[in-house]
Design a protein. Structure first.
Length: 301
């Protein structure tokens, strides 16, 4: 799939991550809910198959020009997350998570794109329509949409959105740069119980999930204070070596030098992978016997 150009429709639909599916309100009949979901599925299925005529069939008559003018992106899968009804249940806003990847140059970045579409009842049928935004979500947060400026031929162009769309590669880099780790290496003492922490900061506009994995070593364990990290929050991962636990698990082998490990921290929905090097210092008396170039840096206290 391609995100080499991001349309105004895509940017206007970026929403916070982590929305939960909601049951239909009591005043919405199951038949109406089912009919809307079927039309939404038909609309987004076109973004998977590339058969845009299928989506065009559920576009409102007065919105067909807007749909045709919009750039079309394709995805691997789209899931309906939440439906919110307004105007006595004759209009609906649908939150969708579409899974695919960003591409620029030779880089492919898996991503989950949160989208929002608007729907209205016309003669008992649900139709997609375009609601022009007053704000758009950019990698730097909400940005107010400036008024359209006239072109010489009488048409208009929105200068604010054109500026946002000018460099999608930089946009993708900026999004990924909003997840930060405070260190890339962890230093533990392999001859006594020791612990070190790593902090992950999230400045994205939505919640991220943190998943940590690492090869096992007797006595070594990891834990984290939270899996889901809201916007403008942080999570702490604890790395610990317990020498008593190591002795219980492998007996006399706990005295042997420990291998260098690489823990992998995965961030969703951006699918970023951060490697973290983990070293275990040997006893000071053994360290002194090693050539200077082979000595490990002293572990943090």
């Amino acid at each position: 799939m391609k995100f080499q150009t991001l349309s105004l429709l895509l940017l206007s639909s970026l929403a916070a991550f982590g929305q939960n599916a909601a049951a239909p309100p009591e005043n919405v009949t199951p038949e109406s809910e089912q009919a809307l979901r079927a039309r939404v599925t038909q609309f987004y299925s076109a973004n998977i198959s590339g058969k845009w005529r299928d989506a065009f069939q559920v576009v409102a008559d007065d919105m067909q020009n807007e749909y045709l003018a919009a750039s079309k992106d394709t995805y691997d899968r789209c899931d309906t997350i939440k439906i919110t009804y307004t105007d006595s249940f004759t209009k609906a806003t649908v939150r969708e998570n579409c899974h695919g990847e960003y591409r620029w140059h030779n880089s492919h970045i898996p991503a989950t794109i949160p989208l929002t579409s608007t729907w209205k009842l016309v003669d008992g049928q649900w139709y997609w329509y375009y609601l022009k935004p007053t704000e758009v979500m950019t990698p730097w947060g909400l940005s107010t949409v400036t008024p359209d400026e006239p072109r010489p031929d009488g048409s208009t162009i929105n200068t604010k959105i054109e500026t946002v769309l000018k460099d999608p590669g930089s946009m993708a880099k900026a999004i990924l740069g909003q997840i930060k780790l405070d260190k890339k290496e962890i230093h533990l003492r392999g001859y006594e119980t020791s612990m070190e922490e790593l902090k992950i900061s999230n400045t994205m506009p939505g919640t991220i999930s943190v998943i940590v994995s690492c090869p096992p070593v007797p006595g070594f364990r990891m834990s984290q204070d939270k899996v889901d990290v809201p916007s403008k929050d942080s999570a702490t991962i604890h790395f610990e070596y317990d020498i008593d636990e190591a002795q219980k698990q492998c007996g006399e082998c706990y005295k042997l030098p420990k291998p260098i490990l690489t823990a992998t921290i995965r961030i969703d929905p951006t699918a970023q992978l951060f490697p973290v090097k983990i070293t275990f210092a040997i006893p000071p008396e053994m360290e002194k016997q090693l050539p200077k170039e082979l000595r490990q840096p002293p572990p943090k206290q």
